[in-house]
Write a protein that binds this ligand. Structure first.
Ligand code: FAD
Ligand code: SF4
Ligand code: SF4
Ligand code: SF4
Ligand code: SF4
Length: 412
């Protein structure tokens, strides 16, 4: 019987999945099993779109479609958590299994705190994540650094610290460190990310720590919850999956790599935040960069913390309608509402048409607030500081004054 905290090697007993999967095919097998045995009504996962740089979300209700989702897409920068809220009614009445990277899992927890998703109806199959490469940048990198036509690339992988491509006529790998020093490689938020093993999911699956004859053929699973343990047990009992305890050497290796990734994350944080400057200098930089804003609202649409029906950035007395760039209040509102809960998923930066480093600005503030108040977003159901200031008693006090404002700053 599996239990929370167990570490196992797992591999699929389905030949077709084994062929297509990234390593042991445990993730695809568990999702398929959960759907077939009606543990869930649907699966939300990721499949290849028009090419290897294009990752598309897919909602699956027919187990045989799961085959299309096997394998890892390292240029898949999408965030699944907001999709659960926006298009699946927050799993209010549907039981779904979702493949989650660290940022997806963190986003789901932040939405759950705000009562926008129902975690009871969600099975989170976590995948470890060393980082993703923006599709646009990946194509440029392959052209400029690899000297290869990106349209000729049919496979990409990240192995032993290298980004490797296979293309018509050969394959080529270059160290990610080298690529990043040249300004390519992983997204900047991914470099700073320290959620490499998503332990808030029900199972955390990866390839770190797989050694010996199982290398490349098994999935390393860390059991993170009772729900995860039950799913694994049932899949093994149904002979969909085979498991064995992870060997000590494998455990040590996984721990070592994770530790090295944490240090790398700290290094990038120190570097990026230093470049932002401090105090007035930082504020000036943020004001300068956000002055390119065209108020397209993409950052708000994509952010897993933004969920409000009536967004304050659309209130005319706060942000003047029809004015571009919007007054700085537009960004101040987001900083005030989100900074303590930002999960550094990078969406607000990735999707900004004006290349404003929004995620960097927000993440820098989140790290400061975490130091001050100790609140770590995305790992548990603990409420952020803002929620405490927004408690019912405070709301009642405000409404009993007949106004939502403490100070009547708008009186002429
Ligand atoms: P499969 O059975 O092949 O299933 C893969 C699952 O991943 C599918 O459900 C698919 O929908 C989903 N998926 C694919 N691409 C994405 C994406 N971009 N976003 C969300 N879901 C996706 N493991 C490590 O140990 N170390 C790492 O550094 C590491 N980095 C990773 C980076 C990325 C971007 C991804 C997606 C995975 C990474 N993994 C890492 C996990 C590893 O690649 C395998 O996904 C994991 O070992 C499960 O293997 P499997 O054969 O059981 O998965
Ligand atoms: Fe992976 Fe973290 Fe980047 Fe999300 S933010 S894609 S979990 S490295
Ligand atoms: Fe402004 Fe960029 Fe946000 Fe659009 S995505 S509103 S341009 S900051
Ligand atoms: Fe993600 Fe940006 Fe929202 Fe932070 S502010 S959670 S990086 S979208
Ligand atoms: Fe809600 Fe603030 Fe985000 Fe607008 S900016 S959706 S008000 S959290």
């Amino acid at each position: 019987m599996a239990a929370k905290g167990d570490m196992v090697y797992a591999w699929t007993n389905d030949k077709n999945i084994a062929e297509k999967a990234e390593c042991g095919g445990a993730v695809t097998t568990l999702l398929k099993f959960a759907l077939e045995s009606k543990i869930v009504d649907a699966v939300l996962a990721v499949k290849k779109g028009v090419d290897v740089f294009d990752a598309a979300p897919i909602l699956i209700t027919d187990p045989k479609d799961l085959m299309n989702t096997a394998g890892s897409l390292h240029c898949g920068t999408l965030l699944l958590s907001k999709l659960v809220k926006k298009y699946l009614d927050g799993a209010a009445n549907t039981r779904i299994a979702v493949t989650v990277k660290g940022c997806d899992a963190m986003g789901l927890f932040e939405l759950a705190k705000r009562q926008q998703v129902n975690l009871d109806n969600i099975v989170m199959i976590g995948v470890n994540c060393g980082g993703t490469v923006s599709p646009v940048k990946a194509r440029r990198m392959i052209t400029e650094v690899y000297g290869v036509d990106p349209d000729k690339v049919h496979k990409e992988e990240i192995d032993k610290g290298q980004f490797i491509i296979e293309y018509e006529g050969g394959h080529k790998g270059i160290s990610i460190d080298e690529l990043e020093e040249k300004g390519y490689g992983r997204r900047t938020n991914c470099r700073r990310c320290k959620m490499k093993v998503p332990r808030q999911a029900d199972l955390a699956c990866g390839n770190w720590g797989i050694i010996g004859d199982k290398a490349g053929k098994a999935t390393f699973i860390e059991v993170c919850s009772e729900k995860g343990a039950n799913l694994l047990d049932q899949a093994v009992k149904a002979k969909a999956l085979t498991t064995e305890p992870a060997p000590t050497k494998g455990l040590e290796m996984r721990q070592k790599v994770e530790g090295a990734m944490m240090k790398l994350g700290d290094k990038w944080r120190a570097r990026d935040f230093k470049d932002l400057g401090e105090g007035r200098e930082r504020l000036k930089k943020i004001m300068h960069d956000t002055s390119r804003c065209i108020k397209c609202y993409s950052c708000i649409e994509a952010c897993p913390i933004c969920y409000c029906v009536e967004c304050s950035t659309k209130k005319p007395y706060l942000v003047t309608p029809g004015q571009l760039p919007p007054n700085f209040m537009f960004h101040l509102i987001r900083f005030a509402h989100i900074a303590d809960s930002c999960v550094n998923c990078g969406q607000c930066q990735e999707l900004c048409p004006m290349d404003i480093p929004n995620a960097l600005f927000m993440h820098a503030q989140q790290v400061e607030l975490e130091k001050m108040f100790g609140h770590v977003p995305g790992v548990s159901m603990e409420l952020p500081v803002l929620a405490i200031a927004d408690e019912r008693t405070e709301r009642d006090r405000l409404s009993s004054t007949g106004s939502d404002q403490i100070f009547d700053i708008f009186k002429s």
